[in-house]
Write a protein that binds this ligand. Structure first.
Ligand code: BGC
Length: 441
């Protein structure tokens, strides 16, 4: 029988992407950007945001609605020229833990969902006087008609709410605010993607910011284009890079894709984001259990239930640094229901998790390189990449793997590029977008 060490090496080999392969991914990504920008199709939608970016001088108090993950959040934010302060914040899950409501399921309607969002806005401003411009971060692929209107192209991240796809989310929010009599107090001004929010927030204090990216439940990046021919202007472009289809997929990726909500869509996101990384590892483990008798050849409900293994599980597995990997053993016992495992099996599990996480970081680095080269082919300028999201912030080793991959790919130009964690970018960015619109009236 194959030893667990050999099994780990084989899997690592399958998931490893050497620098040359990453460089090729960067090239294909850059090509897909060009195709998308010139309307020639391809997997990158390259959606205009109708924003060029902040000057850093925007000031005032604005409302931010952040919708796109587990929780819907509303905040009242004071912008003070390069700095900001959260005055009030309300955050609620879109699915109640006790099952009393779930605005993401198919039986929930658009009106119910947007009424819920309007109620959070009402709660946020109830102790504050005045009328506020509102920026709305909507973290789904949406085709913008202008800064205040955007139609949802399709749900992703396993959202299903009825009656939103194809409709203008600006109008849906407006209608919900009207139903609650809130339009006197709230003026919806801008809709942005969360990557755009992250880019705006970082740019507010660092004008070298070139890319905004989310590495959390979902994955996507935007960038600031110096000049978009169709608009004869500089503009931030939401690439919807999670849909990129030029990364080399393994059989595991193909299987995960076939069994997902939308086979064929969001191929990169399914290889890199938090929602899918745990699932990928779960599928690899199950295949190993059957093929090699790992963990005594026995599955457990945790390992047999789709999406039961989460990025948080992987973080827990990867954070164990004890020589005997007792933390991994405990995870197996408590969370996966596997009683006896020896150290070699525990190490195999940890190595699979690390390999999946590292591949994610390396693939994302390659897409950043493609976007940077599009703007600055020989990297003669300094560029900041602003990243938000739990994967980047919390997965042990992830940020380092991303930095290492960029350093490997950039060689002597590595000093030109820095990656920066931007927390709450989607929230603060919504306020900045509202401020940009308010400034022009
Ligand atoms: C969505 C993007 C979003 C990303 C991160 C993806 O699933 O398509 O619009 O930016 O998740 O939240």
């Amino acid at each position: 029988m194959q030893t667990w060490v050999a099994a780990a090496e084989e899997l690592e080999g399958r998931l490893h992407l050497p620098a040359a392969a990453l460089d090729a991914v960067a090239g294909r990504f850059q090509q897909a950007m060009d195709q998308g920008l010139t309307g020639k199709g391809g997997s990158l939608k390259m959606l205009p945001s109708y924003l060029a970016g902040p000057t850093g001088q925007e000031r005032g108090t604005f409302l931010a609605l952040d919708f796109g993950g587990t929780n819907a959040r509303v905040a009242l934010i004071e912008l003070a020229g390069g700095q900001c302060r959260i005055l009030e914040r309300v955050s609620r899950p879109l699915r109640a833990a006790d099952g009393s409501y779930d605005y993401t399921r198919r039986t929930a309607t658009a009106e119910e969902l947007f009424d819920f969002l309007a109620s959070l806005i009402a709660e946020t401003i109830r102790h504050h006087q005045g009328r506020f411009y509102l920026g709305h971060t909507f973290s789904f692929p949406a085709r913008q008609q202008n800064i205040g209107h955007a139609a949802l192209i399709r749900w992703v991240k396993e959202f299903h709410t009825a009656g939103v796809e194809g409709r203008d989310v600006g109008q849906l929010l407006n209608d919900a605010l009207a139903r609650r009599g809130l339009l006197e107090r709230v003026r919806p001004a801008a809709i942005i993607n969360d990557t755009v929010g992250t880019l705006l927030t970082a740019t507010y204090s660092d004008l070298d910011t070139r890319i905004g990216s989310i590495l959390g439940t979902g994955h996507n990046s935007c960038y600031r284009d110096r000049f978009v021919p169709a608009f004869a202007a500089p503009m931030v472009i939401n690439m919807e890079s999670g849909n990129f289809d030029g990364a080399p997929a393994t059989d595991y990726d193909d299987q995960l894709d076939r069994q997902s909500q939308q086979p064929g869509a969001q191929r990169l996101e399914k290889m890199v984001s938090g929602l899918y990384l745990g699932e990928l590892v779960r599928q690899i483990l199950n295949e190993r259990i059957q093929a090699t008798g790992l963990f005594g050849g026995q599955g457990t409900p945790k390992l047999e239930t789709p999406y039961a293994l989460t990025a948080a599980d992987l973080s827990e597995i990867l954070s164990d640094q004890a020589a005997d990997l007792s933390g991994v053993g405990q995870w197996l016992r408590m969370r996966a229901g596997i009683e006896a495992s020896d150290r070699a099996e525990r190490r195999l599990l940890q190595r699979i998790a690390a390999a999946a996480s590292r591949r994610s970081a390396r693939l994302v680095a390659a897409t950043y390189l493609g976007a940077l080269r599009h703007e600055d082919p020989v990297l003669s300028n300094r560029h900041t990449i602003a990243v938000d999201g739990s994967l980047y912030e919390k997965m042990p080793g992830y940020a380092q793997d991303l930095d290492d991959a960029l350093a490997e790919l950039l060689g002597e130009k590595a000093g030109q590029v820095s990656v920066r964690l931007i927390k709450n970018g989607s929230e603060v960015g919504a306020a900045i977008a509202a401020a940009i619109v308010a400034a022009v009236g």
